[in-house]
Design a protein around this ligand. Structure first.
Ligand code: FAD
Length: 461
């Protein structure tokens, strides 16, 4: 393939497509608005530590992720660890890491526990996920587990991830979540084994970026694509490149009274380049906005996809909170759960400290996005102090907040029936993103699988 192809977005979807396309002979350019590659899987600095902006684990069954990590030369760098799960319920922290602990689980009576266990087992056996897209998750779970268990267990967990949108969500959502939970256990070992690459995603992405550069892929960072237009056989991509450095130049010029030069500098920030094809991997609403020639119906379908966002704090602590990797929460607290990365990853990776994530999943227009870092830190730490008697604010070495308004699409009723096709009405303009994951949860393995299948079906000639 001798085509010039542009990819919008350097998350795992864009990077995997770039790899497959360059291997097939295409000339590939990746446009990324952020200053680094990786999107949701990118890393950042928390105090003295560099680790994932959002907690990530790999399962033994994540064959697509493991294959890519192998291809870029880090296959031997996985550590696999058996983890524990906790539950914070009725103001108490309890372990729920095995069947015996499940039977002892305080907030439910024995019959409710059997119904809950039966629901999970039944969901793990269901094959026809499309039928589940027709039933609301609330109705399905209440029918299988009983109204009482739904109110006590399922509803708080659903609300934690989906907010009030749980009411519009189909049963396929919980089916996909349970399928992934079973995949973690059913990889031959019958234990829940989680893995990570030593050095975290920072290391994986550094290697992936270098691997692509070696093969000739051009990656343009700080390049937000503002408009994509078809002109005759070509795709014209316009970016607002280096706006920040131009802004700095503008300010400098203003200080030096060179205002005329300033104006010319600002207009020259927009750059256009020409390609044969473009693949957009950004969120659907962004795609609808930046491709004005799409039909009204296509734009409507893209905009109809409702996203859930996240405000996620990375907290570096002198001491651990617990030995649970995940602590699920059924009480009303300001975060969705607690993920203690240092219960999985060697503490030496964190300079001997503990790394904890406090995620809060929220709608893209939630008021939490408007709060300052200081306000969020105060709300979150205040609750942590109430939850853990051994926790003190003096243990906090660093507290950093990530905000993303479009993380995953809400799987509403008949979700897969209403998706726009990846091939748009504009020839050689494709939109493929996580909204196309119809029978799985959002994870790197599903993302890479989506890229591989899209490449096989639409690009490989
Ligand atoms: C809190 C959290 C926890 C997670 N935990 C796990 C886990 O444990 N295990 C796991 O496997 N997965 C996990 N995931 C999921 C995983 O991160 C995603 O599956 C994956 O990163 C999605 O990749 P993507 O390429 O589809 O999207 P993204 O990573 O969102 O990439 C899209 C890219 O497009 C860029 N972009 C958008 N608009 C433009 C534009 N106009 N111009 C140029 N660039 C643009 C963005 O900056 C971004 O880099 C987690 C995600 C989150 C948020």
């Amino acid at each position: 393939m001798s085509q010039k192809i542009a990819i919008i977005g350097s998350g795992f979807l864009g990077l995997t497509l770039a790899l497959r396309l360059v291997e097939s002979g295409a000339k590939v350019t990746v446009f990324e608005s952020a200053p680094e590659i990786g999107g949701l899987a990118s890393a950042w600095q928390i105090g003295d530590v560099v680790w994932d902006k959002h907690y990530h684990v790999t399962l033994l069954s994540d064959s697509y992720t493991r294959k890519i990590v192998e291809e870029i030369g880090l296959g031997d760098e996985f550590d696999w660890v058996e983890t524990k799960t906790g539950f914070y319920t009725d103001g108490k922290l309890v372990s729920m890491s095995n069947s015996l602990e499940f039977l002892r689980f305080p907030p439910l009576d024995l019959i409710s526990k059997f119904r809950l266990g039966g629901t999970i087992f039944y969901a793990s056996r269901v094959k026809d996920w499309k039928a589940l897209e027709k039933i609301s998750v609330e109705d399905w779970l209440a029918k299988l587990s009983g109204k009482k268990t739904f109110e006590k267990m399922w509803k708080p967990l659903l609300k934690a991830k989906l907010g009030e949108a749980y009411k519009e969500t189909s049963a396929a959502f919980i089916w996909a979540t349970i399928q992934r939970m079973y995949a973690a256990r059913n990889s031959g070992l019958k234990k829940e084994m989680f893995g990570y690459v030593r050095g975290g995603y920072a290391r994986v992405l550094e290697k992936f970026g270098a691997h692509l550069a070696e093969k000739g892929v051009k990656i343009r960072l700080n390049s937000r694509v503002e408009k994509i237009e078809k002109f005759e056989n070509k795709v014209i991509i316009s970016t607002a490149e280096n706006v920040e450095s131009y802004k700095a130049q503008v300010m400098l010029n203003a200080l030096q009274n060179y205002s005329e030069i300033t104006v010319r500098s600002v207009t020259s920030t927009a750059k256009s380049s020409e390609f044969d094809s473009v693949i957009l991997t950004c969120p659907s609403n962004v795609a609808a906005k930046i491709v004005p020639q799409l039909s009204g119906e296509e734009k409507q379908k893209l905009e109809n996809i409702k996203y859930q966002g996240i405000v996620c704090a990375s907290v570096l602590l002198k001491k651990s909170l617990s030995d649970f990797y995940v602590t699920n929460i059924t009480d009303d607290v300001p975060f969705t759960g607690i993920i203690e990365m240092s219960a999985l990853v060697e503490k030496s990776e964190f300079g001997g400290n503990a790394l904890v994530y406090l995620p809060k999943y929220v709608a893209p227009d939630d008021e939490l996005f408007e709060k300052t870092d200081g306000e969020i830190e105060e709300i979150f730490l205040d609750k942590l102090e109430k939850m853990y008697s051994h926790f003190s604010r003096t243990d906090v070495l660093a507290f950093k907040i990530s905000r993303v308004r479009q993380v995953f699409p809400i799987p509403t009723l008949d979700y897969s029936q209403n998706l726009p096709p990846v091939k748009t009405s504009l020839e050689n303009v494709f939109v493929v993103n996580s909204a196309q994951i119809t029978n799985g949860t959002l994870n790197v393995n599903e993302t890479i699988q989506l890229a591989e299948k899209f490449f096989e079906n639409y690009l490989k000639h």
